[in-house]
Design a protein around this ligand. Structure first.
Ligand code: ZN
Length: 192
């Protein structure tokens, strides 16, 4: 998956926030930021892949793409959340690690993830992208799975509009406001 991780993290976090936020005083902005950061965090290994490893090993074979790594951190964050009195820190970590784990699931669609690693390095994926075009990334953009990535982007935009845009006032509220401004224009005292 190339462009779908960040929107997936945003979507998941916007749905989780109303359920988990009563547990701790974490702002919506911090919560969503942690979720999106977690969703893209595993791909930090791309830096290592290009700069240090000189593309010797597939970046999905680094521990940052091991489901066991993120699952362990997720369980630890959950245990801390249950035990802690101040729940803001563990809650932020929980949404970060959860989205990093979802990254593993999404990369399984076409990228291939070693679900048994580090015990076994067999890679699993639902579909393979055959190397038909050059440069390599063109193969991903022309594969059906890219439609899924576009769907995630569109869904995230819809979620953003639903949750971030200012909502219109309820109708009776708007009527009261209209009345007050009309009275003000006529120079009558209002009840403000
Ligand atoms: Zn990845």
């Amino acid at each position: 998956m190339i462009i779908g991780h960040a929107p997936a993290g945003y979507i998941i976090s916007t749905y989780l926030f109303p359920h988990l936020s009563p547990a701790a005083s974490v702002s919506r902005r911090t919560f969503l930021f942690a979720g999106v950061a977690g969703a893209v965090a595993p791909d930090i290994d791309m830096l290592y892949f290009h700069l240090v490893d000189h593309r010797q090993h597939l970046h999905h074979s680094y521990f940052t793409h091991f489901p066991s790594f993120w699952a362990t951190l997720l369980v630890l964050a959950f245990a801390w959340l249950v035990a802690a009195r101040a729940k803001a820190g563990p809650l932020v970590l929980l949404v970060f690690f959860l989205n990093a784990f979802v990254h593993m699931v999404l990369d399984t669609i076409v990228g291939g993830i070693e679900w048994m690693a580090p015990l076994n390095s067999t890679s699993f994926s639902f579909a393979t992208v055959s190397p038909r075009f050059q440069p390599w990334w063109l193969n991903f953009f022309l594969h059906w799975s890219f439609l899924l990535e576009i769907a995630l982007v569109l869904w995230a935009i819809v979620r953003w509009r639903q949750t971030e845009w200012p909502r219109p006032l309820p109708r009776h509220h708007a009527a009261i406001e209209d009345n007050q401004s009309a009275r003000r224009q006529r120079g009558e005292p209002g009840h403000e």
